[in-house]
Design a protein around this ligand. Structure first.
Ligand code: UD1
Ligand code: CA
Length: 418
């Protein structure tokens, strides 16, 4: 269903509890900044335009947004209500639905947010708040309901009475608003007595006072709504996300021998019947084919592509490199900026020296080549199809080894025949 929906993502806050020189919404989870997950949700639910409110370290946050959304500046961080108000001029006479989300809730589920928007459209409420039932609601705004269970207010933890602190239903910080009503009321929010901030959550009582309809969508998945307020929250969110990523891979036919010690970032694809052995780390932007064997103790860094039946064994690192079908690299090796042809063998301890102190240079290893143990290939260099490099050789930059030839020694010299 197409919705006339725009999104506002709040990302101007200081994140004081994070104690960081980097804005908290830019801290990475599984290799991707927290804020980007929220932008993904906005895109998934079909936001026509997304606005990101920036303030604290605005430049850095705007740069990370990288054109995916319109940047709106909140010069002083006077609260979530004030942050939303900064977008008012973009919504003049606008009748669309405004989805408001916080930049610090990266585990939000697009399907649930879509349900929120659908319910909002159906009930024609002025606001529909996504709420969640928590075992430990500490820190979150509480959803206050009257004796009949009718939603009447959101009370922040700091302002809650003893009785309200016992409420287990919390505000996730995700809302669908009627744009017209939101921006009509937003200027009437008064600063909070204790924190002197303008709380977006105070708009509920203003709406009710005007006789407008306020709704909730109640959920119970605490993981989806986890807000990153501290480093402990960051670690918790990472572990939840990691389980999800590994679960998805296993469901697709990948064997993860020990999920507890396997780390796979976001944006990784792995083919069926590949086995990932313990203590391996696979970064984002990596593709692994079918029937491969990775680890134990392997690190695959961004830009790496393994074709099918590739073996990358213990104490190995592969960075921005492409390994063709049936390549073996079983022990103690580093390959960087390297392309390896089908069936080549990378001997134990082989290193491509890809960095000359200024530039990263490329190494090409032809199909069926055999690189002897403990060799160093100084890039840029090419090892031809079926060529061999003797154990312990140093093949220096530009001294390519022609197809079918053998090179040995330091510096390596081509000797007549293989
Ligand atoms: C907020 C809600 C709380 C809810 C919780 C859910 C309010 C007053 N409280 O509390 O009810 O349970 O989220 O996670 O809204 N921000 C700005 N400008 C500001 C202040 C904050 O852009 O002036 C941004 C922050 O960067 C953050 C988001 O708004 O992404 C939420 O702010 P935060 O301070 O984390 O609010 P909470 O205390 O978590
Ligand atoms: Ca928060």
């Amino acid at each position: 269903m197409k919705m006339n929906l725009k999104a506002i993502v709040l990302a101007a806050g200081k994140g004081t509890r994070f104690k960081s020189s980097v804005p908290k919404v830019l801290h990475a989870l599984a290799g991707k900044p927290a804020l980007n997950y929220v932008l993904d949700v906005a895109e998934d639910v079909g936001s026509l335009t997304t606005y990101v409110v920036v303030g604290h370290q605005a430049g850095m946050v705007a740069e990370a947004v990288n054109g995916r959304a319109v940047i709106v500046e909140q010069k002083e961080q006077l609260g979530t209500g004030h942050a939303v108000k900064m977008c008012a001029s973009s919504f003049k006479d606008d009748r669309s639905t405004v989805l408001v989300m916080c930049g610090d809730t990266p585990l939000l589920d697009s399907a649930i947010v879509r349900r929120l928007a659908v319910k909002h459209g159906r009930t024609k409420a002025a606001v529909t708040v996504l709420t969640c039932l928590l075992g430990d609601p500490g820190g979150y705004g509480r959803i206050v309901r009257d004796a009949q269970g009718v939603f009447s207010a959101i009370r922040e933890h700091k302002d809650a009475s003893e009785q309200e602190l016992g409420i287990r239903e919390i505000n996730t910080g995700v809302y669908c608003f009627n744009a017209k009503e939101l921006f009509k009321a937003i200027g009437n929010i008064k600063p909070n007595a204790k924190k002197k901030e303008y709380y977006l959550t105070d708009i509920i009582e203003l709406f009710i006072g005007q006789g407008l309809r306020v709704e909730t969508l109640v959920t119970d998945d605490w993981t989806a709504n986890l807000g990153l307020n501290t480093r402990a929250d960051l670690a918790l969110a990472e572990s939840i996300l990691r389980k999800k990523i590994l679960g998805r891979l296993m469901a697709n036919g990948v064997t993860i021998v020990d999920p507890a010690t396997t780390y796979v970032e976001n944006d990784v694809s792995i083919g069926q019947d590949t086995v990932i052995y313990p203590c391996s780390y696979i970064h984002h932007d990596v593709k692994v084919g079918r029937g491969c064997s990775v680890g134990p103790f392997a690190r695959l860094r961004p830009g790496t592509r393994l074709a099918n039946n590739v073996s990358v064994g213990n104490f190995t690192e592969v960075s921005r490199s492409i390994l063709g079908d049936d390549v073996n690299m079983k022990h103690f090796s580093f390959l960087g900026d390297t392309t390896v042809g089908r069936g080549a063998n990378i001997g134990c301890g082989t290193v491509t020296a890809n960095y000359d102190g200024k530039n990263k240079n490329k190494t090409l290893i032809g199909p069926g080549a055999f690189i002897g143990c403990d060799s160093v290939l100084v890039a840029p260099v090419k090892i031809g199809k079926g060529a061999k490099v003797g154990a312990g050789s140093v093949v220096t930059a530009g001294r390519d080894v022609p197809a079918g030839k053998l090179a040995v020694g330091i510096p390596a010299r081509v000797i007549k025949r293989v």
